[in-house]
Ligand binder design. Sequence first.
Ligand SMILES: [Zn+2]
Length: 429
Amino acid sequence: MRQTQPGTGGTAGAVLAGHPEVADKASLRRTNLGVMLRQLRENGAQSRTHLATATGLPKATVSVLVAELIQRGLVREGELDRAGAVGRPHRMVELDGRWICGIGAEIGPDHLTVLALDLRGTVVHQDRRALDVPALTPQAALREAADLVADCLSAVTDLGMHTIGITLVTQGSVDAASGTVTVASNFGWRNVRAVHELRTRLGRHAPPVLLENDAESGALAEYLAAPDADTRELVYVTGGIGVGGASISGGKLIRGSEIGHMKLDRLDRPCACGRTGCWELAVGLGALLDAAADPADRVHDLSVDLADRLGELLDRADAGDARTLAALATVADDLALGLGVLADVLNPPRIVLGGYFAVLERYLVGSVQQVLDDRRISPGSPRVVVSASALGLSNAARGGAHLTLEGIFQDPSDVPVRPEPTDGGTWSA
Ligand SMILES: [Zn+2]
């Protein structure tokens, strides 16, 4: 497994901290700009004095770095620091959410989702569209995705903001370096040059495009939505037509799992990947829907948004519909089977369920937790806590947007200096 800083997405800046002897002055400055931004992201608004203490940099250096970050529209001056000790209170410094945006765009088997985050991690635009991706050619699906991204770029521009980049998120194995989806069996894609296709359709003035797997970006979104001790160690498992997983360990993204294709399907059915008996045949969305409803039922209708179809299933379960409840109970059993394997192998303190598993939380999480608790070898063994993602079906796109912004948190010096407002006002107001 490869291990990277969260979300460097192949764009890691020259992180040379700890080896100052090899860092020239310019790269050291870039490194320190990133250190300042990450300090502000993780600990919120603070004075320059506090920044100097927290980062170990001289106060004069901090002042110069803050001035540059303000020029680039990445930080702003906020409230007065009234908690400070003696003397004149100083202005707090905080991340500025008014200028830079990062976009995440997810192509799922049954939908497209686009989401733009500002530097503070606030959603400034999102859109979602039902789309039967396996029924289209890769080129047609990417054309639809490009349309949705183009609308998002316009919306961000209308807000007076600058898009720094786009991360395209898909299922399957992706080669981030070449921008190629190597295999996405649920789409029927092999060696699709997705980044090239998207860039061609967006035009040469479009921002750079990165590529990431959906489970990996989802795991990252879970961590960065609340980067604290609770989320520094977690396994994220997302359910859709396919099932994907990724881990965060020590606050770092661990890539490379194909957990949906573990051999755990009790019926040993053939899988789109070419094997038989894959776990996602038992716990993927297709298994649930097939068990819960006849083929003509509207919950199978791919032209209806997944959120509405899952809402329909929840209504039926809440009304006590026996077939729906039995289907959910079977999925919960098979989900617990695979999560038990992951718990034994990876021993995480926390498993977060995303995708449709999170939407149907109240029929899945409790029973899965019960099975995992019951199979502990001794009462003193560490307990794995299972929870549902609170980030909804846009989680993978959100993770993509975080990945886009992560390049700035590693090296802010690529961000252009923000132009003065055209209305004659001032940004620092
Ligand atoms: Zn498979």
